[in-house]
Design a protein around this ligand. Structure first.
Ligand code: TXA
Ligand code: MG
Length: 344
């Protein structure tokens, strides 16, 4: 299969790009497109065969459900049994935007492989002009996971998508780099208080400001075993080729780690704020200013991917503070590192 990448900007015929994408989707094909978080790989959510192509192209385990994307918030009324007040308040506040709401689905609304057999569905309205235009022209819900090969960091540019899925999908809409750089916050509203299943750009505090108590398993000690876990999170995620180790953003610790790696005649790539550049890692990828978590989030996946273009033996990443978007960054880093911390 030949993969076409169409640049969607003011200089080309945008209409033609959207028409081609809509045609492909209606024919039961899959199309990659940008959202404000990461690139998604979409299929019409009612077409089981089309959705199956997503799992196949990504190499994704079939028990990992997909998020359904809508172009208008009110469309979800047709798909879910009820919308609790708290979910409604969050939708009004954060949509379009990086919030996925888990609600009870009306049975047989979506293809069974979208929800991996669950009675619930994750829904979101993305805040990206290309995603919204595509969804509105299509007029149908689109199931879309991140457009990466399963296990790899999510794509934040069309070139990342091309690298992973070249020859496996027919079309990529190229809208340049995505803004947020981490996947949406996933919140389960089928329980009360709602539970954050995956932290993201909409932070726990932002949710609490709107609906009060929210359970955040990443920062709260959850003893109640009935608290749902995000399906699919058990699988390897965001993993570059070389092993990732986390380290506190402490100058002495980072310097010692690099020295001891070099003493073993190994090479090290360092992902850290600018101020760590001086320590002679073999490759340095800047996470920007230590205080600016948004910049770290935006560049994180691209940097993890860049490590695959080096011959490094080890990837060291300094962890952010845990507040705000830092919680989402740390969540992804812990998965990329498979929980491994550097010990000298
Ligand atoms: O920002 C995003 O959310 C991106 C863009 C493309 O929209 N999409 C994305 O999809 O990250 P994906 O497939 O990589 O992550 C979907 C995750 C699943 O792994 C699962 O953890 C959660 O969303 N999820 C989906 N449906 C669910 C459900 N019914 N119940 C609980 N969790 C669900
Ligand atoms: Mg993903």
């Amino acid at each position: 299969m030949i993969t076409t990448r169409l640049i969607v900007d003011n200089n080309v015929n945008k209409t033609q790009a959207y028409t081609q994408a809509v045609e492909k989707l209606i024919q039961g094909e899959i199309v990659a497109f940008p959202t404000e978080t990461v690139y998604g790989l979409g299929a019409i959510a009612t077409n089981e065969q089309a959705v199956a192509k997503i799992f196949e192209a990504k190499g994704r385990p079939s028990d990992n459900p997909l998020i359904v994307h809508v172009g208008e918030a009110h469309h979800i009324l047709k798909y879910v049994k009820d919308i609790p007040q708290k979910a409604n308040d969050c939708i009004e506040t954060f949509w379009p935007g990086p919030l996925t709401v888990i609600l009870n689905a009306i049975p047989n609304t979506f293809a069974p492989n979208v929800t991996a057999g669950l009675s619930t569905v994750g829904l979101r309205m993305p805040d990206h002009p290309i995603a919204l235009e595509l969804l509105r022209r299509l007029g149908q819900p689109v199931a879309a996971p991140s457009a990466n090969r399963s296990g790899k960091p999510s794509p934040t540019t069309a070139l990342h998508v091309e690298k992973d899925l070249q020859g496996r999908i027919p079309l990529i809409l190229d809208g340049g780099a995505t803004g947020i750089g981490l996947e949406s916050t996933v919140v389960d509203f089928t329980v009360d208080p709602p539970v954050i299943l995956r932290p993201g750009g909409v932070t726990a505090q932002m949710l609490r400001d709107v609906i009060g108590e929210v359970i955040d398993p990443d920062t709260t000690t959850v003893e109640d075993e009935t608290v749902p876990r995000a399906p699919g999170m058990k699988y390897a995620h965001y993993a570059p080729d070389a092993p990732v180790f986390l380290i506190e953003p402490d100058h002495e610790a980072v310097e010692n780690a690099i020295t001891s790696i070099h003493m073993k005649h190994q090479k090290v790539a360092l992902l850290a704020p600018d101020e760590f550049k001086q320590y002679h890692a073999d490759w340095f990828f800047s996470l920007g200013n230590q205080q600016n978590l948004e910049t770290s989030a935006r560049h994180l996946y691209a940097h993890l991917r860049s490590c695959d273009d080096t011959v490094t033996d080890i990837i060291l990443v300094t962890v952010p503070i845990k507040t705000g978007v830092g919680a989402a960054i740390l969540n992804r880093l812990e998965k990329a590192a498979n929980g491994n911390w550097w010990h000298s």
